[in-house]
Design a protein around this ligand. Sequence first.
Ligand SMILES: NC(=O)c1ccc[n+]([C@@H]2O[C@H](COP(=O)([O-])OP(=O)(O)OC[C@H]3O[C@@H](n4cnc5c(N)ncnc54)[C@H](O)[C@@H]3O)[C@@H](O)[C@H]2O)c1
Length: 113
Amino acid sequence: MKVCILGLGEVGNPTTDYISRKGFETWGYDKSAVAVRNARNIKATSNWNNIPHGQIEVHIICVSTGILVSSRPGMSSIYDASKKFGPLVSVESTVSVGTCRKIYEDIFNKSVV
Ligand SMILES: NC(=O)c1ccc[n+]([C@@H]2O[C@H](COP(=O)([O-])OP(=O)(O)OC[C@H]3O[C@@H](n4cnc5c(N)ncnc54)[C@H](O)[C@@H]3O)[C@@H](O)[C@H]2O)c1
């Protein structure tokens, strides 16, 4: 199984390490070249086109949600990351209540029953 982690920081880096040590082919994507350089034992890139999209079965979002705005996490990176692929499997980032529903409905055009 191939897994792709978006965001290779404090959370994403050990997550990729753990998953790759479990024997899964692990890809990592980060917009920061420094974060990509620091990622070890995985195929990491800051070029989204290098990811074998059709073959990835599990996506995990670990991007930063930045400075809290009005006591809420900044959500733009979450929405940006969600638009990049199909159904989410896991969001590890700190998100506002209702975010996963909003992604499901507004980005994936699915209705929650
Ligand atoms: N670090 C912790 O102990 C901890 C604990 C609980 C929850 N969290 C949550 O996990 C999330 C990540 O935290 P962190 O500490 O790993 O942050 P971090 O700043 O260490 O790493 C985040 C990474 O995401 C990348 N990134 C941001 N936007 C991106 C985008 N649109 N596309 C690709 N890459 C992008 C950044 O370049 C950075 O390398 C946050 O939501 C945070 O609140 C962190």
